[in-house]
Design a protein around this ligand. Structure first.
Ligand SMILES: NC(=O)c1ccc[n+]([C@@H]2O[C@H](COP(=O)([O-])OP(=O)(O)OC[C@H]3O[C@@H](n4cnc5c(N)ncnc54)[C@H](O)[C@@H]3O)[C@@H](O)[C@H]2O)c1
Ligand SMILES: [Zn+2]
Ligand SMILES: [Zn+2]
Length: 361
């Protein structure tokens, strides 16, 4: 028996979001219904609303969520009813060419629910990042559920499902930041600040935060940046070099994803250093640089998809560190809002007045 619950959709390009009735089918053999307790509002939800990801409207938005497993399909073994889980968009398949060569963090064929949730007239919804969690109950594949310690606040734990994991992982997994290194992070929104947290966790000794907004730089400092640079008035490349003995940082993370920030990251790193691109560019963006500089500066230029995370390895570990007081994830939650306030949360995001708004249900 399917059930009808309230969910937030984007019906068409240029329109705001709507809270509507959504039909959640019974779980297929490997599917699970999760009662959503909290879901963060991520930049990617806004990109879906505006048609920046694809044109497969209507979208069921929300993908940074935690909740309780309510019903499981007949072949589900990975979780049980009552488990507290964080939802992930990397349910590793084990079969694709990335998985077969042991690089599950790149899995090219992650699992999703076997059926689509729909509107009451039967129109299929495209769930954001294969999840769709601004809704009372959502249908996902069992592999999209990662069990974590239920002592954690759902509003906090859910953030690991996307932006916070992407940022921490950009530093720790993709950038491979280690003890004593110097790190610079360009763009200090939720993802960039999480990269600062990751760099600190890994033992970086110098952490330079760069943004164009002084409020973000204050927050960055609070999360562990050792130095801040407002790149509106100061050349960030020169500033980062000066703060690192004249050389540049070992790892520079671009958490904005624009040609000018990437160029800054490219030149602000030391010889043989690493650039990590975790911010997502738009299709029209272009970059032109002397090819000789790619050779002459050496090192590695990497992109970070979802912080190269493995949810089953990383989510429980990060929740445990948080519960031990070693990872201040609670500070990412700027406000808790109702499910009818997603549009206002997008405005707050655009105005730069929040790190994360979290819908609680
Ligand atoms: N790679 C992934 O898997 C992944 C996952 C989640 C989000 N993202 C992407 O990460 C990016 C950041 O997300 P967020 O949630 O932190 O966004 P956000 O809007 O909260 O933060 C962006 C920050 O960049 C700053 N900024 C803007 N232009 C700048 C410039 N020219 N120089 C310096 N700083 C500048 C803003 O002031 C803001 O603080 C987005 O592109 C998002 O789509 C990537
Ligand atoms: Zn795979
Ligand atoms: Zn996201």
């Amino acid at each position: 028996m399917s059930q009808t619950v309230k969910g937030v959709i984007a019906r068409s390009k240029g329109a705001g979001v709507e809270l509507v009735d959504v039909v959640v089918p019974d779980p297929g053999p490997n599917d699970v219904i999760v009662r959503v307790q909290a879901c963060g509002v991520c930049h990617t939800d806004l990109a879906y609303r505006d048609g920046g990801i694809n044109d497969e409207y209507p979208f069921l938005l929300g993908h940074e969520a935690a909740g309780i497993v309510e019903t499981v399909g007949e072949r589900v073994t990975h979780v049980e009813e009552g488990d507290f889980v964080v939802l992930n968009w990397r349910a590793v398949c084990g079969e694709c060419r990335a998985c077969k060569r042991g690089e599950q963090q790149y899995c090219f064929a992650t699992h999703n629910a076997s059926q689509k949730m729909t509107l009451t007239d039967g129109t299929e919804l495209t769930p954001a990042l294969g999840i769709g969690a601004f809704i009372d109950k959502t249908l996902v594949h069992e592999g999209q559920c990662t069990k974590v310690d239920p002592a954690a606040d759902p509003a906090v734990a859910g953030l690991l499902g996307c932006g916070v994991m992407a940022g921490i992982g950009a530093a720790v997994n993709t950038g491979g930041v280690s003890r004593g290194q110097s790190v610079a992070v360009i763009g200090c929104g939720g993802v960039g600040v999480a990269a600062i947290v990751g760099a600190r966790l890994a033992g970086a000794s110098t952490i330079v935060a760069v943004d164009v907004d002084d409020t973000k730089l204050e927050w960055a400092k609070d999360f562990g940046a050792t130095h801040t640079v407002n790149s509106k008035g100061t050349d960030p490349v020169a500033a980062i070099q000066e703060l690192t003995g004249g050389f540049g940082a070992d790892v520079v993370i671009d958490a904005v994803g624009r040609p000018e920030t990437y160029e800054q990251a490219f030149y602000a790193r030391d010889l043989a250093g690493t650039v990590v691109l975790v911010g997502v560019p738009t299709p029209e963006m272009r970059l032109e640089l002397p090819l000789l500089d790619f050779f002459g500066r050496g090192g590695s230029l990497k992109s970070s998809w979802y912080g190269d995370c493995l949810p089953e390895r990383d989510f429980p570990m990060l929740v445990d560190l948080h519960l031990q007081g070693r990872l201040p994830l609670e500070k990412f939650v700027s406000e808790r809002i109702g499910i009818d306030a997603v549009e206002q949360a997008f405005d707050a995001m655009k105005a730069g007045s929040v790190l994360r708004s979290v819908v609680t249900l």
